[in-house]
Write a protein that binds this ligand. Structure first.
Ligand code: ATP
Ligand code: MG
Length: 572
């Protein structure tokens, strides 16, 4: 490929809209261009990366026994109504209408469609297990599309769906996908950590996510993992053993209302009353499917809204706004408390039930209660773990280790769906005893575009991208420093031709540009190897191979460059 004939619009400056390094680099290096928020054009180099990742994914899916199909993007709304997700996914579901005003969905995932596809056709246990997958553009009206390809509204995903006759067989199918995923990502040059995750709107029993651990801002997910055992979970799932400082004296003290003039925040109230945040209970008001709910959580804790949502089994959850809080508590924001709160469902984090004589707002401006006790002063409707775990807490699995945190990019996930979709859509088969049974299903996603960007987030330096060799758009860039020099042109093009004959994917920077500009672009674009062909080294009948990752420079005879590159690529 000749640079002069390829569309690689590199930029000198970082694009203003990009916040994280991988997004900046992909735009600057001429891989992607934005059309609208969360909607991108993939330019020639990007398209090559995406093809490489897709091919690795395909090979591993096929090897695991899955079969590639292609399902429609446009779905009739009825299917989504039947599964219930027309409601439960809410605004993220990309909806449209046809000319007859019929509701349609632009698919963001295909459980409904694939279940409908096999319904009535796969009738016997003899046709199972079955695993169907596709690679396709997906649509999701994300609340906050951001970080380039990381969270798009249109993106490319591989989605697979397994159908099994019983739990035993399903376990094998699920494990096959887990193994295929680990292999897939490691072939893409990415080590992944498998973490337990919340099943969310997908429903089902359990789920796992594949995370690329990064130390940059692109790691949107906080992962908790144990330093002793193999426990690992994302923030919405991670649980922990709380070490509440239970009071020595377990006597309940008399409830008392105290003035706390101007003190609203946890910091202000605890400073004013001279108590630790662990003795204070925050009361946060939410609207859950229209109903008002008060959530109680220790002062030093953060509430996890996914856990709260799961516990309440609601679809819509939003924090009550200030006017609503004032109406319900009859006090300014900052003084809400559970004592005497009427017509509000009260949910408490499980830690609260171990606490005694704590501090809460008094539902009155500038007042708090001290010595509040559950049961005597507050009637709690439900208790559940609704807090975020924190670094340093005990592991919930081995109970010995300590939880540590890392930042991760979720590149893939796997869901144990059970019979949620087969039952709601009426898809069943006849088992070996002649009995009708719903399929046991699994669904498995890999973000192709997100994986590509995750590789950039993980592998780059101050000069640009450093692609893992297996997914680099091309393997080698030949860089004649001065294309107007006959000798340099001749040597460069000779290596170029030989490489093409050997099927080494090669780009030659044949542009009439200053060498400095070309070096900058080469580092930015980030192919694994570069061959500099310059006047100085040619005087000694040498060219220079530069390894992008290590910056190692190998001086070598032009006719030996091809073999050396092939050898180096094998080890990259
Ligand atoms: P997230 O928690 O990041 O929103 P998700 O749980 O919604 O992801 P799935 O529905 O399981 O993700 O989709 C499968 C894979 O598709 C994800 O693991 C991720 O790699 C990718 N993906 C999901 N949403 C997006 C998006 N908006 N943009 C790009 N890739 C995405
Ligand atoms: Mg999502």
């Amino acid at each position: 490929m000749k640079w002069s004939e390829t569309y690689i619009p590199t930029l000198r400056e970082d694009p203003a809209e990009a916040e994280i390094v991988s997004h900046k680099l992909l735009v600057r290096a001429g891989y992607i261009r934005k059309l609208a928020a969360g909607v991108y054009n993939y330019l020639p180099l990007m398209q090559r990366v995406l093809t490489k990742i897709s091919n690795i994914v395909r090979e591993e899916m096929n090897a695991a026994g899955a079969q590639e199909i292609l399902m429609p993007v446009l779905h009739p709304a009825e299917l989504w109504q039947q599964s219930g997700r027309w409601q439960t996914i809410g605004k993220e579901l990309m909806r449209t209408k046809d000319r007859h005003d019929r509701d349609l969905v632009l698919g963001g995932t295909h459980e409904e469609v694939v279940t409908n596809l096999i319904k009535g056709e796969v009738r016997s246990y003899r046709q199972l297990p079955l695993n169907l997958y596709q690679i396709q553009n997906k649509f999701r009206d994300e609340i906050r599309p951001r970080f380039g390809l990381m969270r798009g509204r249109e993106f490319i995903m591989k989605d697979a769906y397994s159908f099994d006759r019983d739990e035993e067989s399903f376990k094998i199918s699920y494990q096959k996908m887990i193994d295929a995923y680990s292999k897939t990502f490691s072939r893409c040059g990415l080590e992944t950590k498998i973490v337990e995750s919340d099943t969310g709107a997908m429903g089902g029993k359990a789920a796992h996510e594949f995370m690329v651990i990064v130390d940059t801002e692109g790691g949107e997910n906080i992962i908790f993992y144990c330093d002793k055992c193999d426990y690992a979970a994302n923030m919405d799932k991670a649980s922990s053993i709380s070490e509440t400082e239970t009071e020595k004296e377990d006597a309940q003290k008399p409830l008392q209302k105290v003035a706390t003039p101007g003190a609203k925040t946890v910091e202000e109230v605890t400073a004013f009353l001279n108590v630790s945040a662990k003795k204070l209970v925050k009361t946060l008001l939410y609207k859950a499917d229209g109903e008002i709910v008060a959530a109680m959580i220790r002062g030093d804790r953060q509430i996890n809204e996914i856990k709260l949502k799961n516990s309440l089994k609601c679809i819509d959850l939003e924090m009550a706004d200030a006017p609503m809080v004032e109406k319900i508590t009859k006090a300014a924001v900052g003084f809400a408390g559970p004592v005497g709160l009427k017509n509000v469902k009260i949910i408490a984090d499980e830690e609260i039930s171990q606490m005694k004589n704590f501090v809460t707002g008094a539902n009155q401006d500038n007042y708090h209660f001290i010595n509040v006790n559950v049961g005597r002063d507050v009637k709690i409707d439900s208790v559940s773990e609704i807090r975020n775990a924190q670094t340093g807490e005990r592991c919930p699995r081995c109970k010995k280790g300590v939880l540590l945190t890392a930042k991760g990019i979720e590149v893939g996930n796997t869901f144990m769906l059970g019979t949620k979709y087969s039952e709601s859509l009426g898809a069943s088969f006849i088992d070996q005893n002649g009995k009708e049974k719903p399929f046991i299903m699994g669904s498995y996603g890999i973000g192709i575009t997100r994986t590509a960007q995750a590789a950039v987030e993980k592998f780059h330096d101050e000069r640009g991208i450093i692609w893992p060799a297996s997914i680099a758009p091309l393997s080698v860039e030949i860089l004649p420093l001065n294309v107007n020099d006959d000798k340099q042109r001749e040597v460069a093009f000779q290596i170029y031709r030989k490489m093409k004959e050997r099927d080494v994917e090669v780009l030659i920077d044949d542009r009439d540009e200053r060498a400095g500009v070309k070096f900058n672009d080469a580092d930015l674009v980030g192919l694994p190897l570069r061959i500099n062909v310059g006047e100085k080294s040619l005087k000694e009948d040498k060219v220079e191979i530069v390894v992008r990752r290590t910056k190692e420079v190998i001086s070598i005879k032009p006719e030996e460059a091809l073999e050396k590159c092939v050898e180096l690529l094998g080890s990259l």
